[in-house]
Design a protein around this ligand. Structure first.
Ligand SMILES: Cc1cc2nc3c(=O)[nH]c(=O)nc-3n(C[C@H](O)[C@H](O)[C@H](O)COP(=O)(O)O)c2cc1C
Length: 119
């Protein structure tokens, strides 16, 4: 399989999603590739050799608006993206779909993962 450069982005107002992103980073040996976009996100463009992992919480069945706003700063070029929705065991509702619909026009393609919150 073609190796890709992982880039982990997390939005985590109360820390639960950050914990999940940290576990992924640890297991991928990619602690240096973690970016916290809870408060701010720098504009960045990724290539097809990159792999974006996006961690976000579900609030009221949605992706928090500020999280979607930060994600709009990112651009890809057929960049694979893994979407990880962290939720409190009620429901993900359409949050993964919402994130996919935000990122797809920006150049990403993605599978999805739905960890439950252990907070
Ligand atoms: C305002 C608010 C709304 C939430 N809405 C949902 C929800 O719709 N479904 C669900 O399963 N969990 C919901 N949760 C639980 C969060 O998704 C869960 O605690 C998540 O880990 C929070 O992420 P964070 O700690 O990174 O902010 C909600 C939590 C809060 C504070």
């Amino acid at each position: 399989m073609h190796p890709r450069n992982p880039h982990l982005y997390f939005f985590s107002p109360t820390g639960g999603t950050q914990r999940v992103a940290g576990l992924f980073a640890e297991n991928l040996n990619a602690a240096d590739a973690c970016t916290d976009i809870t408060v701010h996100a720098e504009a960045k463009t990724f290539s097809a050799d990159d792999c974006l992992l996006v961690f976000f919480p579900v609030y009221g069945g949605r992706v928090p608006g500020p999280c979607l706003a930060r994600m709009r700063a990112l651009r890809g070029t057929d960049t694979p993206a893994v979407l990880v929705a962290v939720f409190g065991n009620r429901a993900v509702d359409d949050a993964l779909l919402e994130m996919r619909n935000t990122l797809t026009p920006q150049g990403a393609s993605h599978p999805v993962i739905k960890p439950r919150s252990h907070a």
